[in-house]
Write a protein that binds this ligand. Structure first.
Ligand code: 13P
Length: 120
């Protein structure tokens, strides 16, 4: 069982929920974590159990980064929006940096998320 973080920027939330739904049976065998709004959307859209952290702009990305630094997260699925400026861009960058630093299995789009899930 892997500990998987689920995050999506606003314009990517529908896509992430659709991806989780398409992979519902596989993901049900894992421990799911999410930033506040994303986690809520996944629960609502799939019925899966997700532990929700704070919303991204209020520190949720930072919480996931801390989990990675402390060895408490194995996989990060983070559908990012490259077309919208974000108030918490520094937190997003920090999360990207920590996932890279700690060699975390890390997907930033659906194609990579499919490959990561197949590798679990
Ligand atoms: O902003 C986010 C990631 O940077 C996601 O946060 P929410 O899931 O709370 O919208």
């Amino acid at each position: 069982m892997a500990r998987i973080g689920l995050v999506a920027h606003d314009d990517k939330k529908d896509e992430l929920v659709a991806w989780v739904l398409a992979n519902r049976e596989t993901l049900a065998a894992h421990e799911l974590w999410g930033t506040g709004t994303t986690g809520g959307r996944v629960i609502e859209g799939t019925g899966l159990s997700v532990t929700c952290l704070k919303s991204g702009p209020l520190g949720g990305d930072a919480q996931l980064g801390a989990m990675i630094a402390e060895g408490r997260l194995d996989v990060l699925i983070f559908f990012q929006d490259p077309l919208t400026a974000l108030p918490h861009d520094v937190d997003v960058k920090a999360l990207n940096r920590l996932a890279t630093l700690y060699d975390t299995l890390f997907a930033i789009n659906r194609a990579t998320a499919d490959a990561v899930l197949a590798a679990l």
